[in-house]
Design a protein around this ligand. Structure first.
Ligand code: MN
Length: 296
């Protein structure tokens, strides 16, 4: 992010609307809330999806996400509790644990699985989908595990804790920087009564997701398990105040303003490209022996 803001911010963004999300299941019966749904993809460009999962009952997660393909975007998984093991057809393997993230650029395509590495206890986290620009949709797949200790963070004297997964916050560079979409992705922990400001360029689409407690943003209460879509009203950032001990995600990105064509796990620019992805998948080209042949 190339923003250098003066704090306190001169004009904070308002909340345009609150979104509760849709309870659904995906993979082999994993119960989750799809917070950012397909009808919000244009409004929240370059973000395509946000899933939130918080399951105590193993029946709601034990099936995991067996082998499935992706093409054309990036997945960012961030764990709060529990462990998931990742395998893919490029040959990567990783164990994702509490506080850790996994950044996967699916590019031209791969098969992967995401399976729970536990049989009991809480499984909680998020998966965010970030689009790739048309020029990069067929690049080679890229994968990075970021253990919790490798996520930059800072703590203020008043107890505010900010974990910088991507982008930058108050001079602290995040674990990941991406061109084009320039994503900001923060996990912010706020003690009751504390406030936090974050600069966001006025042209970026932005949202928050409260996953503990309740916060107030420009006069709007954003309770637990709610997304707030921030208005594109010229404001140069966000101010959040915690009504109680709270935790929230803040995400912002530079919109690509390109056509979006999605069919399930493929996100391209045209229907022809989607049909090509389906043909390549059926022809076995996402499997380990062939996956590199797809790269543009
Ligand atoms: Mn997946």
């Amino acid at each position: 992010m190339t923003v250098s803001a003066e704090y306190p911010l001169s004009q904070v963004r308002q909340v345009e609307r609150l979104v509760r999300g849709v309870l659904t299941s995906d993979g082999a019966g994993v119960r989750l809330t799809r917070v950012l749904t397909q009808n919000l993809q244009r409004r929240l460009d370059p973000f395509l999806m946000l899933d939130a999962f918080r399951n105590e009952n193993p029946d709601d997660y034990i099936g995991g996400f067996p082998d499935h393909p992706h093409r054309g975007f990036e997945t960012v998984t961030y764990m709060i509790a529990g462990r998931m093991r990742h395998h893919d057809s490029v040959g990567n393997e990783g164990l994702l644990g509490p506080g850790g993230a996994q950044w996967m650029t699916t590019g031209s395509g791969l098969l992967h699985s995401e399976m729970p590495e536990q049989e009991e206890g809480l499984m909680e986290g998020f998966q965010l989908w970030l689009n790739l620009p048309a020029k990069n949709k067929m690049i080679a797949p890229f994968y990075r595990d970021i253990p919790s200790a490798a996520i930059p963070e800072y703590r203020r004297d008043d107890g505010v804790r900010v974990r910088v997964i991507a982008g930058a916050s108050h001079g602290v560079a995040g674990a990941v920087q991406r061109p084009d979409t320039e994503p900001l992705y923060l996990d912010v922990h706020l003690p009751a009564g504390s406030s936090f400001e974050q600069a966001i360029p006025p042209g970026f689409n932005a949202f928050t997701y409260t996953y503990r407690g309740s916060v107030e943003i420009a006069g709007t209460t954003v309770p637990d398990s709610h997304m707030a879509i921030l208005a594109n009203d010229g404001g140069n950032g966000i101010r959040v105040t915690a009504s109680e001990d709270s935790r929230l995600l803040i995400a912002a990105g530079n919109p690509l303003k390109e056509p979006i064509a999605q069919w399930g796990p493929f996100v391209m620019n045209t229907n022809d490209e989607i049909q090509q992805a389906a043909r390549d998948y059926q022809a076995g080209l996402f499997e380990a022996a062939h996956v590199q042949s797809l790269t543009a």
